[in-house]
Design a protein around this ligand. Structure first.
Ligand SMILES: Cc1cc2nc3c(=O)[nH]c(=O)nc-3n(C[C@H](O)[C@H](O)[C@H](O)COP(=O)(O)O)c2cc1C
Length: 178
């Protein structure tokens, strides 16, 4: 996209081309606070997981959700074609689980987890969990959009872990009246 237009003054001096300044682009994307998920699947090599914040809800009927594995990830092939997977929304007390699956696809050691009837690893104590069958995928630049059909959902009601600007924290509400 040609950015040689007059600078728009929604945030003066902070405009940039995402292709020319990918660092600033990443920082700007980080302004969007997200929860943190761990996506798990069963593979011929055993159970695997990955920390991901690309999760989004898509459709209520049918019940669809999505997430996006990076094509550059060593774990990509596991997740791009997994016929079944589970997306866990981490509780704010589960930062260690987030850290574990950032570094390793096999960070199940010491975790409280079970296998679902269809063999997908399910981690306990999460804020919510969506067991999915692969619905479809969409090619999207350096990522793949994976759409899952939710076949079973779990919701503890616990407080979620939040990721924003490269930092982690808990949710702080601002909607209190008065
Ligand atoms: C907060 C956060 C969110 C992430 N979200 C994603 C994601 O949505 N998709 C993805 O492929 N990797 C994501 N990652 C990176 C993976 O968790 C993991 O660190 C990366 O895949 C490691 O490289 P490897 O798979 O080659 O071992 C995220 C990392 C962080 C810190």
């Amino acid at each position: 996209m040609d950015l040689n237009f007059e600078e728009v003054t929604i945030a003066p001096g902070t405009q940039f081309s995402p292709l020319e300044d990918s660092r600033s682009f990443r920082a700007a994307l980080g302004a969007f606070a997200t929860g943190v998920t761990v996506v798990t699947a069963d593979t011929p090599e055993g159970p695997v997981g990955i920390t991901a914040n690309s999760f989004a809800s898509v459709s209520l009927d049918p019940p669809l959700v999505l997430w996006s594995p990076a094509k550059s990830s060593h774990r990509f092939e596991h997740f791009a074609h997994a016929p079944r997977f589970a997306i866990h929304i981490l509780d704010e007390r589960q930062k260690a689980i987030c850290d574990g699956f950032l570094k390793s696809k096999t960070a199940f050691g010491g975790l409280d987890w079970v296998k679902s009837q269809s063999g997908v690893p399910l981690i306990s104590g999460v804020a919510a969990c969506f067991e999915c069958n692969l619905e479809t995928t969409h090619d999207a630049g350096d990522h793949l959009i994976v759409v899952g059909r939710v076949i079973r959902a779990h919701h503890s009601g616990g407080e979620p872990l939040i990721f924003h600007g490269g930092r982690y924290g808990g949710f702080r509400g601002v909607d209190n009246a008065g």
